[in-house]
Design a protein around this ligand. Structure first.
Ligand SMILES: O=C(O)CCC(=O)C(=O)O
Ligand SMILES: [Fe+2]
Length: 275
């Protein structure tokens, strides 16, 4: 994903909002008990946390970001040859996506490039929604929330877990209480070599609302910004049913059991089924 903007600010633009203090899970730590308790606390609190020492080398990540920059630096007409298909794979130009229509005048200013599990065109699986072949191969705006201009509008991710790698430009914000008035947005600052991890709606649903899928958005601060998100999801047939440890007589399951595909399509097309 690429957020471009036309002018540089004199700082990184993060002085006007709170900064979120997220837990950092060190996968190389021998102290599993502490890691597990930090992880649980993060899942209960906001569903957002950092992961470090995850085994993916900085050199590899630098190379992935360099390739991403090369792709987004191509002239628009070249990128349009990779335009997203009906399976949501491929290039999404600036303003193509509209993650928060209630609060956005235009679409998201970000550009995107979506790929998923590669399924050959002649494979029966390729006919299923969201499955299929991948599409292979600027001066922008400063965000202005009061005028509905965002790099990416407010949304929560609908899958299980999202792993997000970003460059060192700030932009991601979370809102832990979506019903608060006014909403309070906190920056999640980039942390070198870490992935930002966040839980999606399906995990919130699985845990009967115990684990949190938190609203987030991206503000463009005047600098070019690159991020790469990996959305982890169960198979389409997987039944999303409330975990036994997350229900009781006084706290019965709040959602019906549904296949992941059905629940996902409902969220996509009929609006959110979040608690
Ligand atoms: O670019 C970012 O920091 C967040 C992207 C995001 O929220 C998403 O792709 O779902
Ligand atoms: Fe997201």
């Amino acid at each position: 994903m690429n957020n471009k903007a036309g002018r540089n600010m004199k700082n990184d633009g993060i002085d006007s909002a709170n900064i979120s203090a997220l837990h950092c899970i060190d996968l190389s730590s021998p102290d599993i008990h502490t890691s597990v308790s930090l992880l649980k606390q993060a899942c209960l609190d906001s569903g957002f946390f950092y992961v470090v020492n995850h085994g993916i080398s900085q050199e590899f990540m630098d190379e992935v970001f360099a390739q991403s920059k090369k792709l987004f630096d191509l002239p628009l007409e070249e990128k349009m040859k990779l335009l997203r298909n009906e399976k949501h794979r491929g290039y999404t130009p600036s303003l193509d996506e509209h993650l928060d229509p209630d609060n956005q005048i235009n679409g998201d200013y970000k550009e995107g490039y979506y790929i998923g599990v590669e399924v050959p065109e002649d494979d029966p699986e390729a006919q299923r929604p969201f499955y299929g072949s991948n599409v292979w191969p600027t001066a922008g705006k400063l965000s202005d929330p009061s005028n509905g201009i965002f790099g990416a509008g407010a949304h929560s991710d609908y899958g299980l877990i999202t792993l997000l790698a970003t460059d060192d430009v700030s932009g991601l914000q979370i809102c832990k209480d979506k019903d608060a008035k006014p909403q309070i947005w906190e920056y999640v600052p980039p942390l070198k070599s870490a992935f930002v991890v966040n839980l999606g709606d399906m995990l919130e649903r699985w845990s009967n609302g115990v684990f949190r899928s938190t609203l987030h958005r991206v503000l463009a601060n005047g600098q070019e910004r690159f991020s790469i998100a990996y959305f982890m999801e169960p198979s389409h047939d997987c039944l999303v049913e409330c975990l036994p440890t997350c229900q009781s007589k006084v706290n019965p399951p709040r959602q019906k059991n549904e296949s992941f595909l059905y629940a996902k399509m409902k969220m996509e097309y009929l609006g959110s089924t979040k608690f």
